[in-house]
Design a protein around this ligand. Structure first.
Ligand SMILES: [Fe+2]
Ligand SMILES: [Fe+2]
Length: 294
């Protein structure tokens, strides 16, 4: 079980909202209305950890270890939302999200395959870590720069925790886990070829509510995310390639094989898919663990 160890390690680096944010260093002239508006949107987006947690707990009923870890993840994500709202409450009270605006991002997600969802969120944490690092650079007001740096580090740690659960699934399930992770890895590392920012909050998750079934579509300004990335924090090709490199690096560690490009990861994905098909055709399946490093 990973939960006790993850709890301990995340507890040991936990920051305190009242002690670890230099609230008294706020410089009013360095915060623009445009910047404050983006903080509001990030606060609402972070609130969507609530429906995501409901999804995770529902879809992982068979996995009490992972479900217990959700308590830590959920707490930290809600804290991200809260610290951004606290910043607005102090310095731009007119922009604090209303309860109705927060509640609007709470909607049911369709059941989804757990391994794919895990990998999707792993990539989402990596991506968000980079978005927030870039946001910390873009902002000019020192307190909010500090906040974005802090929460970006939390997102990286969440990615690390998800990776531990991915490793655990790989040991337990072998090729089916490899196939699921490689498939989503290829999709999530191919952002350069898609128009759309690839983050869980920007993906369709409820067919019956389409097209209003992404978290982003339920924000007060549904077009905000792309504007934030393209014209405000300027998340350019160079930053995008950092995200891709990070995903590929972690896949290399996970699968114990080096991937220098998305194409290489895709080739590996095809290999695994073929191996699964051959096994299904009659070759005796390899025992759990026996596929490790194969
Ligand atoms: Fe977060
Ligand atoms: Fe996170």
């Amino acid at each position: 079980m990973l939960y006790p160890e993850l709890f301990k390690s995340l507890e040991s680096v936990r920051w305190d909202m009242s002690k670890d944010i230099p609230w008294d260093q706020f410089e009013p002239e360095k915060l623009t209305d445009e910047q404050a508006q983006t903080i509001k949107m990030n606060a609402i987006t972070e609130w969507s950890a609530l429906p995501a947690t409901e999804m995770f707990l529902r879809d992982n009923r068979d996995d009490s270890d992972f479900s217990a870890f959700m308590s830590v993840w959920f707490y930290e994500e809600q804290k991200h939302s809260l610290v951004l709202m606290e910043y607005l409450r102090r310095f731009r009270p007119g922009l604090v999200p209303t309860e109705a605006e927060l509640h609007a991002v709470r909607f049911p997600f369709d059941p989804a395959p757990v391994l794919e969802t895990l990998m999707l969120h792993f990539c989402g944490e990596i991506r968000l870590n980079h978005w927030y690092r870039r946001a910390a650079e873009w902002h000019t007001e020192p307190v909010i720069k500090h906040i974005y740096r802090l929460i970006s580090q939390d997102e990286a740690r969440h990615g690390g925790a998800y990776l531990r659960y991915m490793k655990k699934s790989l040991v337990e399930l072998g090729d089916s886990a490899r196939a699921a992770f490689a498939k989503i890895g290829v999709l999530m590392a191919s952002a350069k070829r898609t128009e759309k920012p690839l983050h869980p909050t920007n993906l369709h998750v409820n067919e019956a509510l389409f097209p209003n079934d992404t978290v982003q579509s339920r924000l007060p300004d549904p077009t905000w995310l792309e504007h934030w990335l393209d014209t405000q924090i300027d998340f350019d090709k160079e930053w995008e390639s950092k995200v891709v490199d990070r995903i590929l690096h972690n896949m290399s560690v996970l699968f114990e094989r080096s991937f220098a490009s998305v194409q290489e990861l895709n080739r590996y994905r095809k290999e695994i898919t073929q191996r699964i098909a051959q096994t299904a055709k009659g070759a005796p399946p390899l025992a759990d663990g026996a596929t490790q490093g194969a």
